[in-house]
Design a protein around this ligand. Structure first.
Ligand SMILES: Cc1ncc(COP(=O)(O)O)c(C=O)c1O
Length: 374
């Protein structure tokens, strides 16, 4: 079976983990954590980066940092992962779902303003497949209505909006290093802080509500409980693994982009015949080759294509189920009409995508798709 995903190891992971172990400090915020955080700050114009144990954790930190609470409204696309909404729901906020664009799964920025009320506190922009949301529009709305912008950059490492790295534009942003992402640490994430007002408090929330980070820098002579927080920082074992990946980012990206281009070039004739739709990258966005997806005409066609690929030992998978139709949301809310989100729920199909996918495997996959549409 050609799997949908296969975690890629650069080969240095165990060496760096051994180094971390030998230092005698394997709890969080050690040498490897610092290296990973500096990497994001130096390469992606992020003011302050903090490693977390997941992107979900980083989003929860965002919700705490903006003091999200009962009575607040947070604007979120419906076509996204549960965590994008859940992090704010845990704080008691109401989620206001927005539809996707017609031509790509990102939030339809033209609809956001109509969702803003006096209770709105933040807009969460999810860069689906690592392709940027139109951030100028989002940031202008935030300025006009005095809102926070949080980028869910779970899939968006090494991708850009105009000339700005994703994760550096909103007040806060969250990345994921889950094993399905371009750069991995099994589970893992990073909080990006781009607004100075949040830096000091973010470190406290990260360290169980204490000022321990500042104590370790010698800024205070004892540390204690000063605010809310949790244990959001990963151990040095995770950071060492992550560093082995970040060091090879260029090589990983180059390979992923070549796989993406192969799929695109091979499948564009089927798209030209109007049978299937390929990803659209807006002129303001770059492509970080996080995933390759196709959109079928309808659910029946997608189900048949998944089956055909499965019969040929190819594992292709669909993605999010619209959150506005989830059992959890519908328990307390009316059914909304968000047709584009539903369309992507029913028609989007992700093809196998990982560093070690061979040319022969890539050819086999596109040939089976071509056969299906012949
Ligand atoms: C858009 C988005 N946000 C958040 C997450 C959660 O990431 P993690 O598994 O690192 O918590 C995911 C997971 O894939 C995601 O796709």
């Amino acid at each position: 079976m050609i799997p949908f995903n296969k975690p890629y190891l650069t080969g240095l992971e165990t060496q760096y983990i051994e180094e971390a172990v030998k230092t005698g400090k394997i709890s969080g915020n050690g040498i490897f954590t610092q290296k990973c955080q500096r990497f994001f700050e130096n390469n992606y114009a992020i003011k302050k980066a903090l490693l977390t144990t997941s992107c979900t954790d980083a989003l929860e930190m965002c919700a705490m940092l903006i003091n999200c609470k009962v009575g607040d409204e947070i604007i979120v696309p419906s076509y996204t992962f549960v965590s994008t909404a859940l992090a704010f729901v845990r704080q008691g906020a109401k989620i206001v779902f927005c539809d996707s664009e017609v031509n790509n799964p990102n939030i339809d920025v033209a609809q956001i303003e109509s969702k803003i009320t006096s209770k709105t506190k933040a807009i969460v922009a999810v860069h689906y497949a690592g392709v940027a949301v139109d951030m100028d529009v989002v940031m202008k709305l935030a300025e006009k209505y005095n809102l926070f912008v949080i980028e869910d950059a779970a899939q968006a490492i090494d991708s850009y909006y105009k000339n700005s790295p994703l994760g550096s534009i909103g007040h806060l942003a969250a990345f994921s290093f889950h094993e399905t992402k371009n750069i991995i640490s099994g589970e893992g994430g990073l909080l990006a802080i781009n607004d100075n007002r949040f830096i000091e408090r973010a470190e406290i929330i990260w360290e169980k509500g204490t000022n321990r980070a500042s104590f370790f820098r010698g800024e205070v002579n004892k540390y204690g409980w000063v605010d809310t927080g949790s244990s959001f920082l990963p151990s040095e074992v995770i950071a060492a693994f992550l560093w082995a990946q970040l060091e090879k980012l260029s090589e990983i990206q180059e390979k992923r982009k070549s796989i993406w281009s192969f799929y695109y070039e091979e499948l564009k004739d089927i798209e030209a015949k109007g049978k299937l739709k390929l990803p659209e990258i807006s002129s303001y966005a770059t492509n970080n080759a996080h995933m390759f997806y196709v959109c079928c005409t309808n659910l029946e066609e997608r189900t048949a294509l998944v089956e055909k690929l499965k019969q040929n030992n190819i594992h292709a998978v669909f993605h999010y189920l619209s959150l506005h139709k989830s059992d959890y949301y519908l328990k307390e809310n009316e059914l909304l009409n968000l047709p584009n989100s539903d369309k992507f729920t029913d028609t989007l199909l992700r093809l196998p995508f990982y560093f070690e996918l061979t040319k022969d495997e890539q050819k086999l996959i596109v040939d089976e798709i071509k056969n299906f549409y012949d």
